[in-house]
Design a protein around this ligand. Sequence first.
Ligand SMILES: [Zn+2]
Ligand SMILES: [Zn+2]
Length: 403
Amino acid sequence: MKILIVDDNKAAAEMMSDVFSAKGLDSSFITDPKEAVSAVKKLKPDVVLLDIMMPGIDGITVCKNIKADAEASGARVIMLTAKDFVEDKEKAKAVGAEGFINKTLLPDEVLKIIYSIVAPPKAAPAYIKFWGTRGSIATTEPETAKYGGDTACVEANFGDRMIIFDAGTGLRRLGDRIIGDKTRVKSIDMFLSHYHWDHIQGLPFFIPAYSQKHNISIYGCSETDLSIEEILETQMSFPYFPIPFKFVSPNIKLRSLAEETIELGDIKIKTTYLNHPGNALGFRIEYNGKAVVYMPDNEINFSVPEYGNRIVDFCKDADILIHDAQYTPEEYKLKKSWGHSTQEDALKLAIKANVKKFFMFHHDPSRTDAHMEEILAKCRKILSASGSSVVCEAARQGEKIEI
Ligand SMILES: [Zn+2]
Ligand SMILES: [Zn+2]
């Protein structure tokens, strides 16, 4: 919502405008009432907060001029007044003012009244998109094309904020999209669950990191004895990569993460350690009453109750759970303690945690689309036999899910 404040008291106008801006509203002010009509035409605000008593020209006349101008008249005009005379209110109403607000109210109370006159802006739609779903190594075989060959990368858009989980090979195409995006994504927050190849290989090919047009922050799981900077520097060092990390590092803010909660505006991100070789983190993102859990590499172990219960609690009632489901039970027999789960154990977690939608993720490189569909059918059979309301899907590269 765009708000224009017209008040000759600069300090009061500035303070109110700052409070509105901090709440994500597009707010500005002018102190010369004679400029009001041209400012409304130029800025096209949804709401004009107009002081009733100003030198040179009174607010009621300004309101009359705004409402008489074909280009400006669409803006809702709300009078700001410290007076409480019925006569003033009648006059302002007669020239088209939509409301009155007592000047002595606090900005929060003012906003409440504005919202009772003009509907508050709806939260921008939130969605996730899978840019890479494969585990371990990228695949190019046509038999894996449907569920996708790129490794772990998930875009999450909450409101106007772009969050990226993991920088597998799928990140390359997401970077190209960002570069070509006309809406110009300015702020990118990237969370790295850990540093196995399939979670960072896209980073050197992420073009936005090479420009100074984007504010990029990378939050990486803390590793014993190595800083996130050292890890990413090594990845782009001789003889592994021709362009050193120092070419992109000035454009990136780095921060290491342990088990904690961080807040990005209205978005809350909680982390938890996963059962995987070395340190690895899972993420729970909460926004506007919704929750998405991303746990790409995790060997579920219900035989240790504290561990199993901790993970169930972390995923509890999530709208979306994206979880490692790399192995079939037969494959798992040979790959126990490699840090990955079977589809059935991941499904068990989804049921225990009562999530709404469960996406199998980190598909084994050997998994063909046809086999994936067999597994999916088997999981859905288990679900219907259990009477669970969980919806089970296999994450598909390119798929976008509204939250
Ligand atoms: Zn992995
Ligand atoms: Zn891993």
